[in-house]
Design a binder for this molecule. Sequence first.
Ligand SMILES: Cc1cc2nc3c(=O)[nH]c(=O)nc-3n(C[C@H](O)[C@H](O)[C@H](O)COP(=O)(O)OP(=O)(O)OC[C@H]3O[C@@H](n4cnc5c(N)ncnc54)[C@H](O)[C@@H]3O)c2cc1C
Ligand code: SF4
Length: 473
Amino acid sequence: MKKEMIKSKELSASVRSGNFEEVVQGYTEEAALKEASRCIQCKNPACISGCPVGIDIKKFIYQLGQKDYKSAYFTIREKNDFPSICGRVCPAEYQCRKACVFTKKDSPFASEQAINIHFLERFIGDYGMKNNLEIPVKKDAGLSKHKVAVVGSGPAGLACAGELARAGIKVMIFESLHKTGGVLRYGIPPFRMPRDILDFEINYLKNLGVEFIPNFIVGRVKTLQDLFSDGYSCIFLGLGAGVPSFLGIEGENLCNVYSANEFLTRVNLMSAYKFPEFHTPVNIGKSVIVIGGGNTAMDAARAALRLQKISGITPDTKILYRRTEVEMPARRLEIEHAKEEGIDFNFLIQPTGFKGDQDGFVKKIACLKCELGEPDSSGRRRPVPIKGSDFEIECDLAIIAIGLKANQILTSVTPEIKTDKYSDVIVDPGTMETSIKGVFAGGDIVGGEGTVIEAMGMAKKAARAIIEHLSKN
Ligand SMILES: Cc1cc2nc3c(=O)[nH]c(=O)nc-3n(C[C@H](O)[C@H](O)[C@H](O)COP(=O)(O)OP(=O)(O)OC[C@H]3O[C@@H](n4cnc5c(N)ncnc54)[C@H](O)[C@@H]3O)c2cc1C
Ligand code: SF4
């Protein structure tokens, strides 16, 4: 008999939409064992090919099923440093779960019946954290004389630092913000990524001897050449894609039109949701419009709706998206959660301008209706605006969440680093080395906006190349 898929516990929509508590509560031991028992241990496990870092999924699920949680943890850690983080944010429905044998062929994302690999990974990751399971540090293999500078403390920088520190190399992470974690801290809200999980992983690195210097912009305070002169043998760049894209339409600079980056940074990094405990509030309107269909749009909309509730405003947050729900790049779970919480989704709509009042505050968004045309370079059907379909939507706060671009603070003052037409850093795909010898890069600064696990995968590859490079010197 076919076993039913086991759902994870969640806070109810009515409770969670009024606070920033973690929504998904994760599996109990009993639930994890039941879900693991659905895995049929395929002879050719397709799920592994769907994982960007190639975790031996079949093996760890088997070990979990045997209640050998410790071995399952180390199986995951062979490829992934932060299972508790990835188990919470990986878009598994486009990756391992989509490749699972239980997903129907030609489905755009995982079928509901696909094994919940991410929830199992989270269960094991949390077990490892609770039981302080640690990967052994290599005894001095002659590398402790070297120190490496890591620029950026997002998932790429953290993963690279961990790999290097375990090989006995001294690592210094330079971070431009006052807090570490990159998007995991300033972008993804605590209701998806609890800060104690992130702090645990960062403390683990500190215990390994990794040092952090916050409020330090490499490219402004010091150049890469300065870092080499300071004695760093190699440098890893995990600069991310922190620059928001804009629509380029009239009225975009009106008051209360935010980029999602600014809005989420104010909420997450500056703790606006804890005002007045923190003296850094954010404006929140009575009718909020979020433009976009990715994870950033979902996070911005769900954070806005929570702030409305916390401020005693009747929640009214809408999403406008140019295509339809199927083409939305956001994690399916976030879309479902957003709907349950009361976000109003509006598809096939393209904004054409913002209109303000005499004081310069946004009041309306002018829009056109769209229909789907032929697929574009992303493979998704292109939205085609319908002539004469103009209409307006009232709003007093708008958040633009249509994509992110490379952070060029460092590359703009370092012309020796070759970049492509998107200003992303070009690397040797085998080693992740840039056009400057001894300077490596990974994460969103290479190849553009991606995922946490992809950023970590690139960083680990770079770390292995750095270790090899230093072993020869
Ligand atoms: C709102 C939002 C939600 C997302 N949700 C998901 C999700 O659910 N699942 C998923 O897999 N991915 C998600 N992503 C994408 C994911 O977060 C990124 O792919 C990932 O964070 C990239 O990691 P990174 O280390 O390359 O860059 P980042 O996380 O951007 O970190 C880069 C760091 O470098 C610092 N920095 C930049 N330049 C300098 C400099 N010159 N000197 C010093 N420091 C510098 C920045 O301040 C930043 O802290 C989301 C992204 C956003 C914005
Ligand atoms: S493809 Fe699915 S069922 Fe097969 S081993 Fe992987 S997780 Fe288990």
